[in-house]
Design a protein around this ligand. Sequence first.
Ligand code: CAA
Length: 380
Amino acid sequence: MDFTFTEEQLMIQQSARDYAQRELIKDVLERDAKAEYPTQHVKALAELGFLGMLVDPKYDGGGMDTISYVLAMEELSKIDSSISVIMSVNNSLVCYGIEAFGTEAQKEKWLKPLARGEQIGAFLLSEPEAGSDATSQRTLAIDKGDHYLVNGVKNWITNGNSAAVYVLIAQTYPDKGHKGINAFIVDRHSPGITLGPHEDKMGMRSSDTHSVMFTDVKVPKENRLGEDGFGFKFAMKTLEGGRIGIAAQALGIAQGAYERAVKYAKERKTFGTEIINHQAIGFKLAEMHTRIEAARYFCLKAAWLKDQGKSYGTASAMAKYWAAETAMYVTTEAVQIHGGYGYVKEYHVERLMREAKLTQIYEGTSEIQQMIISRAIMSE
Ligand code: CAA
Protein backbone atom coordinates (compact mmCIF):
# COMPACT_ATOMS: atom_id res chain seq x y z
CA MET A 1 0.00 0.00 0.00
CA ASP A 2 1.32 3.38 -0.96
CA PHE A 3 -0.50 6.35 0.52
CA THR A 4 1.30 9.04 -1.43
CA PHE A 5 -1.65 11.13 -2.50
CA THR A 6 -2.16 11.99 -6.16
CA GLU A 7 -2.55 15.57 -7.38
CA GLU A 8 -6.28 15.00 -7.69
CA GLN A 9 -6.63 13.61 -4.16
CA LEU A 10 -4.69 16.58 -2.76
CA MET A 11 -6.90 18.99 -4.69
CA ILE A 12 -10.05 17.40 -3.27
CA GLN A 13 -8.60 17.52 0.24
CA GLN A 14 -7.71 21.20 -0.20
CA SER A 15 -11.10 22.11 -1.56
CA ALA A 16 -12.87 20.41 1.39
CA ARG A 17 -10.46 22.09 3.81
CA ASP A 18 -11.01 25.52 2.27
CA TYR A 19 -14.78 25.18 2.40
CA ALA A 20 -14.77 23.93 5.98
CA GLN A 21 -12.30 26.49 7.35
CA ARG A 22 -13.82 29.40 5.43
CA GLU A 23 -17.55 28.72 5.38
CA LEU A 24 -18.64 25.96 7.78
CA ILE A 25 -16.83 27.52 10.71
CA LYS A 26 -18.82 30.78 10.42
CA ASP A 27 -22.16 29.48 11.61
CA VAL A 28 -21.39 26.10 13.13
CA LEU A 29 -22.03 27.20 16.72
CA GLU A 30 -25.30 28.87 15.81
CA ARG A 31 -26.52 25.88 13.82
CA ASP A 32 -25.59 23.57 16.68
CA ALA A 33 -27.49 25.74 19.16
CA LYS A 34 -30.58 26.04 16.97
CA ALA A 35 -30.41 22.52 15.52
CA GLU A 36 -30.92 24.19 12.17
CA TYR A 37 -30.71 22.22 8.91
CA PRO A 38 -27.76 23.53 6.83
CA THR A 39 -29.61 24.07 3.53
CA GLN A 40 -27.06 26.49 2.03
CA HIS A 41 -24.10 24.30 2.93
CA VAL A 42 -25.73 21.22 1.42
CA LYS A 43 -26.25 23.19 -1.78
CA ALA A 44 -22.61 24.28 -1.73
CA LEU A 45 -21.41 20.70 -1.21
CA ALA A 46 -23.47 19.67 -4.22
CA GLU A 47 -21.76 22.39 -6.27
CA LEU A 48 -18.38 21.14 -5.09
CA GLY A 49 -19.37 17.70 -6.35
CA PHE A 50 -19.11 16.09 -2.92
CA LEU A 51 -22.62 14.68 -2.59
CA GLY A 52 -22.12 12.10 -5.31
CA MET A 53 -18.34 12.06 -5.34
CA LEU A 54 -18.02 8.26 -5.52
CA VAL A 55 -20.54 7.77 -8.30
CA ASP A 56 -19.43 7.01 -11.86
CA PRO A 57 -19.55 10.14 -14.09
CA LYS A 58 -21.81 8.08 -16.38
CA TYR A 59 -24.48 8.61 -13.70
CA ASP A 60 -23.53 12.26 -13.11
CA GLY A 61 -21.23 11.53 -10.18
CA GLY A 62 -17.74 12.81 -9.45
CA GLY A 63 -15.97 9.53 -10.25
CA MET A 64 -13.60 10.07 -7.33
CA ASP A 65 -11.97 7.26 -5.39
CA THR A 66 -12.56 6.21 -1.80
CA ILE A 67 -9.24 7.69 -0.63
CA SER A 68 -10.46 11.10 -1.82
CA TYR A 69 -13.71 10.49 0.02
CA VAL A 70 -11.79 9.80 3.25
CA LEU A 71 -9.75 12.99 2.78
CA ALA A 72 -12.83 15.14 2.14
CA MET A 73 -14.79 13.59 5.02
CA GLU A 74 -11.90 14.23 7.40
CA GLU A 75 -11.61 17.89 6.44
CA LEU A 76 -15.32 18.65 6.73
CA SER A 77 -15.63 16.73 10.00
CA LYS A 78 -12.84 18.71 11.63
CA ILE A 79 -15.34 21.55 11.66
CA ASP A 80 -18.86 20.12 11.42
CA SER A 81 -20.05 16.53 11.33
CA SER A 82 -23.68 17.51 10.92
CA ILE A 83 -22.65 18.34 7.37
CA SER A 84 -20.38 15.38 6.77
CA VAL A 85 -23.00 12.86 7.90
CA ILE A 86 -25.43 14.19 5.28
CA MET A 87 -22.73 13.75 2.65
CA SER A 88 -21.70 10.32 3.92
CA VAL A 89 -25.22 8.89 3.99
CA ASN A 90 -25.93 10.20 0.51
CA ASN A 91 -22.70 8.82 -0.96
CA SER A 92 -22.18 5.55 0.85
CA LEU A 93 -25.58 4.31 1.88
CA VAL A 94 -27.82 5.65 -0.84
CA CYS A 95 -25.86 6.29 -4.07
CA TYR A 96 -23.56 3.30 -3.57
CA GLY A 97 -26.43 0.87 -2.98
CA ILE A 98 -28.33 2.00 -6.08
CA GLU A 99 -25.21 2.11 -8.25
CA ALA A 100 -23.92 -1.30 -7.14
CA PHE A 101 -27.19 -3.21 -7.08
CA GLY A 102 -29.76 -1.18 -9.02
CA THR A 103 -31.01 -1.69 -12.58
CA GLU A 104 -30.11 0.72 -15.38
CA ALA A 105 -33.61 2.19 -15.20
CA GLN A 106 -33.27 2.77 -11.44
CA LYS A 107 -29.91 4.43 -11.93
CA GLU A 108 -31.27 6.72 -14.64
CA LYS A 109 -34.28 7.73 -12.64
CA TRP A 110 -33.04 7.84 -9.05
CA LEU A 111 -29.25 7.82 -8.95
CA LYS A 112 -28.55 10.72 -11.28
CA PRO A 113 -30.30 13.48 -9.29
CA LEU A 114 -28.78 12.07 -6.08
CA ALA A 115 -25.30 12.03 -7.59
CA ARG A 116 -25.70 15.62 -8.77
CA GLY A 117 -26.73 16.54 -5.23
CA GLU A 118 -30.05 17.95 -6.47
CA GLN A 119 -31.75 15.43 -4.22
CA ILE A 120 -30.65 13.89 -0.94
CA GLY A 121 -31.22 10.32 0.10
CA ALA A 122 -31.78 8.51 3.40
CA PHE A 123 -31.15 4.91 4.44
CA LEU A 124 -33.94 3.29 6.44
CA LEU A 125 -32.73 0.19 8.24
CA SER A 126 -33.06 0.82 12.00
CA GLU A 127 -36.35 0.30 13.79
CA PRO A 128 -37.52 0.80 17.37
CA GLU A 129 -36.69 -2.86 18.01
CA ALA A 130 -34.08 -3.49 15.32
CA GLY A 131 -30.91 -1.47 15.87
CA SER A 132 -27.82 -3.63 16.34
CA ASP A 133 -29.95 -6.71 15.70
CA ALA A 134 -30.69 -5.66 12.16
CA THR A 135 -32.23 -8.94 10.98
CA SER A 136 -35.24 -8.36 13.31
CA GLN A 137 -37.05 -6.22 10.75
CA ARG A 138 -40.72 -5.66 11.65
CA THR A 139 -41.59 -3.27 8.84
CA LEU A 140 -43.52 -5.31 6.31
CA ALA A 141 -43.40 -4.93 2.54
CA ILE A 142 -46.00 -7.37 1.29
CA ASP A 143 -46.02 -8.42 -2.35
CA LYS A 144 -49.32 -7.33 -3.95
CA GLY A 145 -48.54 -8.19 -7.54
CA ASP A 146 -47.58 -4.94 -9.24
CA HIS A 147 -46.52 -3.24 -5.99
CA TYR A 148 -45.42 -3.83 -2.40
CA LEU A 149 -47.57 -2.56 0.46
CA VAL A 150 -45.41 -1.17 3.25
CA ASN A 151 -46.40 -0.79 6.90
CA GLY A 152 -44.10 -0.12 9.84
CA VAL A 153 -41.82 2.33 11.60
CA LYS A 154 -38.19 3.25 11.00
CA ASN A 155 -36.06 5.02 13.59
CA TRP A 156 -33.09 7.41 13.78
CA ILE A 157 -33.23 8.26 10.11
CA THR A 158 -30.54 10.74 9.09
CA ASN A 159 -31.89 13.07 6.34
CA GLY A 160 -35.37 11.78 7.28
CA ASN A 161 -37.08 15.01 6.29
CA SER A 162 -34.60 16.53 3.87
CA ALA A 163 -34.37 13.41 1.72
CA ALA A 164 -36.33 13.10 -1.50
CA VAL A 165 -35.41 9.43 -1.85
CA TYR A 166 -35.45 6.66 0.71
CA VAL A 167 -33.60 3.38 0.48
CA LEU A 168 -35.84 1.22 2.61
CA ILE A 169 -35.11 -2.18 4.15
CA ALA A 170 -38.22 -4.20 5.05
CA GLN A 171 -39.44 -7.75 5.57
CA THR A 172 -41.43 -9.42 2.80
CA TYR A 173 -41.47 -13.02 4.07
CA PRO A 174 -41.34 -13.03 7.90
CA ASP A 175 -41.09 -16.84 8.02
CA LYS A 176 -37.82 -16.70 6.05
CA GLY A 177 -35.96 -14.49 8.56
CA HIS A 178 -33.16 -12.43 7.02
CA LYS A 179 -33.57 -14.27 3.71
CA GLY A 180 -37.04 -12.69 3.40
CA ILE A 181 -35.84 -9.10 3.66
CA ASN A 182 -35.91 -6.75 0.66
CA ALA A 183 -34.49 -3.34 -0.17
CA PHE A 184 -36.51 -0.72 -2.05
CA ILE A 185 -36.21 2.76 -3.47
CA VAL A 186 -39.10 4.82 -2.13
CA ASP A 187 -40.26 8.29 -3.08
CA ARG A 188 -40.26 10.08 0.26
CA HIS A 189 -43.43 11.96 -0.68
CA SER A 190 -45.46 8.81 -1.32
CA PRO A 191 -48.92 8.88 0.28
CA GLY A 192 -48.90 7.17 3.69
CA ILE A 193 -45.46 8.35 4.82
CA THR A 194 -45.42 10.50 7.94
CA LEU A 195 -42.54 11.74 10.05
CA GLY A 196 -41.90 12.00 13.76
CA PRO A 197 -40.44 15.24 15.11
CA HIS A 198 -36.85 16.32 14.47
CA GLU A 199 -34.90 14.43 17.15
CA ASP A 200 -33.32 16.75 19.72
CA LYS A 201 -29.87 15.18 19.66
CA MET A 202 -26.81 15.51 21.88
CA GLY A 203 -24.58 16.28 18.90
CA MET A 204 -24.66 16.60 15.10
CA ARG A 205 -27.68 18.68 15.92
CA SER A 206 -28.18 20.34 12.58
CA SER A 207 -28.54 17.15 10.55
CA ASP A 208 -32.19 16.14 10.53
CA THR A 209 -32.99 12.86 12.24
CA HIS A 210 -36.54 11.54 12.33
CA SER A 211 -38.56 8.42 12.79
CA VAL A 212 -40.54 7.56 9.64
CA MET A 213 -43.95 5.88 9.70
CA PHE A 214 -45.33 3.89 6.77
CA THR A 215 -49.07 3.30 6.56
CA ASP A 216 -50.22 1.32 3.51
CA VAL A 217 -47.51 2.87 1.35
CA LYS A 218 -47.49 1.52 -2.20
CA VAL A 219 -44.03 0.92 -3.60
CA PRO A 220 -43.92 -0.07 -7.29
CA LYS A 221 -42.49 -3.52 -8.02
CA GLU A 222 -39.75 -2.02 -10.20
CA ASN A 223 -38.37 -0.17 -7.15
CA ARG A 224 -37.04 -3.32 -5.49
CA LEU A 225 -33.25 -3.36 -5.36
CA GLY A 226 -31.72 -6.69 -6.35
CA GLU A 227 -33.22 -10.15 -6.32
CA ASP A 228 -36.17 -11.06 -4.11
CA GLY A 229 -34.78 -11.62 -0.59
CA PHE A 230 -31.47 -9.81 -1.21
CA GLY A 231 -32.31 -6.92 1.16
CA PHE A 232 -30.31 -7.95 4.21
CA LYS A 233 -27.16 -8.63 2.22
CA PHE A 234 -27.75 -5.37 0.37
CA ALA A 235 -27.81 -3.54 3.72
CA MET A 236 -24.66 -5.29 4.97
CA LYS A 237 -22.70 -4.65 1.77
CA THR A 238 -23.80 -1.04 1.76
CA LEU A 239 -22.85 -0.53 5.40
CA GLU A 240 -19.35 -1.87 4.73
CA GLY A 241 -18.69 1.25 2.66
CA GLY A 242 -20.71 3.50 4.97
CA ARG A 243 -18.42 2.57 7.82
CA ILE A 244 -15.40 3.90 5.91
CA GLY A 245 -17.21 7.25 5.68
CA ILE A 246 -18.04 7.30 9.38
CA ALA A 247 -14.51 6.20 10.28
CA ALA A 248 -13.19 9.17 8.29
CA GLN A 249 -15.71 11.39 10.03
CA ALA A 250 -14.49 10.20 13.44
CA LEU A 251 -10.91 10.77 12.28
CA GLY A 252 -11.79 14.36 11.37
CA ILE A 253 -13.48 14.99 14.70
CA ALA A 254 -10.40 13.69 16.51
CA GLN A 255 -8.01 15.68 14.32
CA GLY A 256 -10.06 18.86 14.75
CA ALA A 257 -10.09 18.52 18.54
CA TYR A 258 -6.38 17.66 18.60
CA GLU A 259 -5.44 20.73 16.54
CA ARG A 260 -7.42 22.94 18.89
CA ALA A 261 -5.79 21.32 21.93
CA VAL A 262 -2.27 21.83 20.52
CA LYS A 263 -2.98 25.48 19.74
CA TYR A 264 -4.39 26.08 23.20
CA ALA A 265 -1.53 24.24 24.91
CA LYS A 266 1.01 26.43 23.11
CA GLU A 267 -0.74 29.65 24.19
CA ARG A 268 -2.04 28.98 27.67
CA LYS A 269 0.43 29.54 30.48
CA THR A 270 0.43 28.05 33.97
CA PHE A 271 3.22 27.90 36.53
CA GLY A 272 5.29 30.28 34.41
CA THR A 273 5.27 28.39 31.12
CA GLU A 274 3.02 27.30 28.24
CA ILE A 275 1.13 24.22 29.37
CA ILE A 276 2.51 22.15 26.47
CA ASN A 277 5.80 22.19 28.38
CA HIS A 278 4.23 20.31 31.27
CA GLN A 279 4.73 16.58 30.86
CA ALA A 280 1.11 15.98 31.90
CA ILE A 281 -0.05 17.84 28.80
CA GLY A 282 2.76 16.84 26.44
CA PHE A 283 2.13 13.14 27.07
CA LYS A 284 -1.59 13.59 26.53
CA LEU A 285 -0.93 15.22 23.15
CA ALA A 286 1.54 12.46 22.24
CA GLU A 287 -1.08 9.81 22.99
CA MET A 288 -3.77 11.70 21.04
CA HIS A 289 -1.50 12.20 18.04
CA THR A 290 -0.42 8.55 17.97
CA ARG A 291 -3.98 7.21 18.17
CA ILE A 292 -5.09 9.59 15.42
CA GLU A 293 -2.28 8.49 13.09
CA ALA A 294 -3.28 4.85 13.62
CA ALA A 295 -6.92 5.74 12.86
CA ARG A 296 -5.81 7.51 9.69
CA TYR A 297 -3.99 4.42 8.41
CA PHE A 298 -6.96 2.18 9.20
CA CYS A 299 -9.22 4.52 7.19
CA LEU A 300 -6.83 4.70 4.26
CA LYS A 301 -6.29 0.95 4.27
CA ALA A 302 -10.04 0.24 4.13
CA ALA A 303 -10.46 2.85 1.37
CA TRP A 304 -7.52 1.44 -0.57
CA LEU A 305 -8.90 -2.11 -0.38
CA LYS A 306 -12.26 -0.87 -1.67
CA ASP A 307 -10.62 1.04 -4.52
CA GLN A 308 -8.59 -2.05 -5.44
CA GLY A 309 -11.77 -4.13 -5.65
CA LYS A 310 -10.62 -6.29 -2.72
CA SER A 311 -12.71 -7.38 0.23
CA TYR A 312 -12.93 -4.57 2.80
CA GLY A 313 -15.67 -5.50 5.31
CA THR A 314 -13.35 -6.36 8.19
CA ALA A 315 -11.03 -3.46 7.40
CA SER A 316 -13.93 -1.00 7.42
CA ALA A 317 -15.15 -2.40 10.77
CA MET A 318 -11.64 -2.00 12.19
CA ALA A 319 -11.38 1.53 10.82
CA LYS A 320 -14.74 2.54 12.25
CA TYR A 321 -14.08 0.88 15.59
CA TRP A 322 -10.66 2.43 16.09
CA ALA A 323 -11.50 5.86 14.69
CA ALA A 324 -14.69 6.19 16.77
CA GLU A 325 -12.93 5.11 19.97
CA THR A 326 -10.11 7.51 19.12
CA ALA A 327 -12.52 10.37 18.51
CA MET A 328 -14.13 9.84 21.90
CA TYR A 329 -10.76 9.55 23.64
CA VAL A 330 -9.18 12.53 21.90
CA THR A 331 -12.13 14.89 22.28
CA THR A 332 -12.42 14.05 25.98
CA GLU A 333 -8.72 14.79 26.45
CA ALA A 334 -9.03 17.98 24.39
CA VAL A 335 -11.73 19.21 26.77
CA GLN A 336 -9.48 18.29 29.71
CA ILE A 337 -6.52 20.20 28.24
CA HIS A 338 -8.72 23.27 27.80
CA GLY A 339 -9.89 23.03 31.45
CA GLY A 340 -12.90 25.26 32.14
CA TYR A 341 -12.67 26.78 28.66
CA GLY A 342 -13.17 23.34 27.19
CA TYR A 343 -16.53 23.07 28.89
CA VAL A 344 -18.01 26.12 27.19
CA LYS A 345 -19.26 26.23 23.64
CA GLU A 346 -17.07 28.92 22.14
CA TYR A 347 -13.96 26.70 22.22
CA HIS A 348 -15.67 24.01 20.07
CA VAL A 349 -14.13 20.99 21.80
CA GLU A 350 -17.22 20.20 23.87
CA ARG A 351 -19.23 20.11 20.64
CA LEU A 352 -16.66 17.84 19.00
CA MET A 353 -16.92 15.57 22.04
CA ARG A 354 -20.71 15.39 21.59
CA GLU A 355 -20.23 14.61 17.92
CA ALA A 356 -17.64 11.91 18.67
CA LYS A 357 -20.15 10.00 20.80
CA LEU A 358 -22.41 9.37 17.83
CA THR A 359 -19.60 7.80 15.80
CA GLN A 360 -19.46 5.03 18.43
CA ILE A 361 -23.17 4.37 17.87
CA TYR A 362 -24.42 4.81 14.31
CA GLU A 363 -23.72 2.59 11.30
CA GLY A 364 -23.04 -0.17 13.83
CA THR A 365 -21.94 0.46 17.42
CA SER A 366 -18.33 -0.12 18.46
CA GLU A 367 -19.50 -3.42 19.95
CA ILE A 368 -20.98 -4.48 16.58
CA GLN A 369 -17.67 -3.65 14.89
CA GLN A 370 -15.90 -5.82 17.49
CA MET A 371 -18.40 -8.58 16.72
CA ILE A 372 -17.61 -8.34 12.99
CA ILE A 373 -13.85 -8.32 13.63
CA SER A 374 -14.01 -11.23 16.09
CA ARG A 375 -16.13 -13.29 13.66
CA ALA A 376 -13.51 -12.66 10.98
CA ILE A 377 -10.82 -13.92 13.37
CA MET A 378 -12.87 -17.04 14.12
CA SER A 379 -13.29 -17.84 10.45
CA GLU A 380 -9.56 -17.43 9.64
N1 CAA B 1 -21.79 -8.86 3.35
C1 CAA B 1 -22.62 -9.76 2.79
N2 CAA B 1 -23.40 -10.59 3.51
C2 CAA B 1 -23.34 -10.48 4.85
C3 CAA B 1 -22.51 -9.55 5.50
C4 CAA B 1 -21.70 -8.73 4.69
N3 CAA B 1 -20.90 -7.81 5.22
N4 CAA B 1 -22.67 -9.66 6.82
C5 CAA B 1 -23.57 -10.63 7.02
N5 CAA B 1 -23.97 -11.12 5.82
C6 CAA B 1 -24.91 -12.21 5.55
C7 CAA B 1 -24.45 -13.51 6.18
O1 CAA B 1 -23.58 -14.22 5.33
C8 CAA B 1 -25.77 -14.23 6.40
O2 CAA B 1 -26.20 -14.79 5.19
P1 CAA B 1 -26.39 -16.41 5.01
O3 CAA B 1 -27.37 -16.83 6.07
O4 CAA B 1 -26.90 -16.54 3.63
O5 CAA B 1 -25.04 -16.99 5.23
C9 CAA B 1 -26.72 -13.10 6.71
O6 CAA B 1 -26.15 -11.91 6.17
C10 CAA B 1 -26.95 -12.93 8.18
O7 CAA B 1 -25.71 -12.66 8.77
P2 CAA B 1 -25.39 -12.96 10.29
O8 CAA B 1 -25.80 -14.34 10.64
O9 CAA B 1 -23.96 -12.58 10.52
O10 CAA B 1 -26.40 -11.95 11.01
P3 CAA B 1 -26.48 -11.44 12.49
O11 CAA B 1 -27.89 -11.40 12.89
O12 CAA B 1 -25.52 -12.16 13.35
O13 CAA B 1 -26.06 -9.89 12.34
C11 CAA B 1 -24.61 -8.00 12.17
C12 CAA B 1 -24.95 -9.42 11.70
C13 CAA B 1 -23.23 -7.71 11.56
C14 CAA B 1 -24.53 -7.86 13.66
C15 CAA B 1 -25.66 -7.02 11.57
O14 CAA B 1 -26.93 -7.23 12.15
C16 CAA B 1 -25.28 -5.57 11.76
O15 CAA B 1 -24.47 -5.05 10.99
N6 CAA B 1 -25.87 -4.86 12.75
C17 CAA B 1 -25.65 -3.44 12.89
C18 CAA B 1 -26.62 -2.68 12.03
C19 CAA B 1 -26.15 -1.31 11.70
O16 CAA B 1 -24.99 -1.08 11.39
N7 CAA B 1 -27.07 -0.37 11.69
C20 CAA B 1 -26.77 0.97 11.27
C21 CAA B 1 -28.03 1.65 10.89
S1 CAA B 1 -27.83 2.68 9.52
C22 CAA B 1 -27.27 4.17 10.09
O17 CAA B 1 -26.83 4.34 11.19
C23 CAA B 1 -27.28 5.20 9.03
C24 CAA B 1 -27.42 6.60 9.44
O18 CAA B 1 -28.49 7.16 9.34
C25 CAA B 1 -26.19 7.36 9.77
